[in-house]
Every structure is written in C-alpha cells, then in structure tokens.
Ligand binder design. Structure first.
Ligand code: RP5
Length: 167
C-alpha cells in the first residue's frame, strides 16, 4: 500500500520532505500533493475521496496557519490521517497544532509535534507494518540502529570528557 503526503502549500515542502525521505528509506511508494483546504477545497475533496481507490493506506497531511487540511481530508475518507502542524506563521506553529489536534469527537487526526514530519512517516510505516511482516522487520532494524547511534553518542561524549580531564 502507498502513503500519500498532502500539504497546504509548496512552502511546506522543506518541513514535509523528511517524511518523504523516511518513506523512501523503507521502500514505501509515496505520492505527493499540494492542495489547500481553504484555497482549493474541491481538489482536497477529490484527493481524499479517491485515496483508497488509488491504493493509499495512510495519509500524512501537513499544514500551517489555520490548518484545516488534515481534518478536512479525514472527513472525506476512513483511511487513517496523520497531521503535521507546520511552523509557517508568526505564531510559530501553535496555530496549526491547535487547529489540527482539536478535532471533534468522531473524526480523529493523529497529530504529530510541530514540524514532526519524520515521526508522521514512521507512524504511517508502523500502521502499514501491521499487515506486512517484512516491514515489521525493517522497523525493528531501524530501532536497533537508532539504539546503536545513541550508544555512539554516549561514547563520543565520554571520550571528550576523558580528554578534557587529562588536559
Ligand atoms: C498554509 O498556509 C500552508 O500550509 C502554509 O503553511 C501557509 C502559507 O502558505 P503559502 O502562502 O506559502 O502558500 O495554508
């Protein structure tokens, strides 16, 4: 199954790109769309209502400002929708975070941290992995690699502290 990434503007791409890259790392087919809940509502409707038929399993929706996009997308599909609030206004992304997280009962959007596109991709992969053992194995290896990196960071810090002590 594919993952669809939709965002409110091309100006959101620098924040959403890590999601696309992470999905690519895991070999997940991805489609990318720019559409705005307020400025191109018909396009959003067509995107979301046709997503399941296009083979999409999870939708990642990023938007800044009065970020209606993830919620509106969710209203047109029963696919899981993961929202990424984007810091693109003087309010620092709090506007988008509150817009996305405060969905009414009955219409959930799984809301990530402000600019949390990478985690959106990982959550999408975890959802797809529920029915894909090969993907589960890749996720397990990803976690092991992450743990090795933390150990390396610790080692680098300890080395630095030891050197400072000797100096
Ligand atoms: C939101 O308004 C978009 O998601 C973007 O974060 C912000 C600014 O859009 P542009 O003016 O760059 O098109 O709808």
């Amino acid at each position: 199954m594919k993952v669809a990434i939709i965002m409110g503007s091309d100006s959101d791409w620098s924040i959403m790109e890590p999601a696309a890259r992470t999905l690519q790392e895991f070999g997940i087919e991805t489609e990318v769309t720019v559409a705005s809940a307020h400025r191109t509502p018909e396009k959003v409707h067509a995107f979301a209502s046709g997503a399941a038929d296009r083979g999409v399993g999870v939708i990642i929706a990023g938007a800044g400002a009065a970020a209606a996009l993830p919620g509106v997308v969710a209203s047109f599909t029963t696919l899981p929708v993961i929202g990424v609030p984007i810091n693109s206004t003087p309010l620092g992304g709090m506007d988008a975070l509150l817009s996305i997280v405060q969905m009414p009962p009955g219409m959930p959007v799984a809301t990530m941290a402000i600019n949390g596109a990478k985690n959106a991709a990982l959550l999408a992969i975890q959802i797809l992995a529920l029915t894909d053992p090969a993907l589960q194995a890749k996720l397990a290896e990803y976690r092991r690699q992450m743990a090795r990196e933390v150990d390396n960071k610790e080692q680098r810090l300890l080395n630095k502290l030891n050197q400072a002590e000797k100096a």
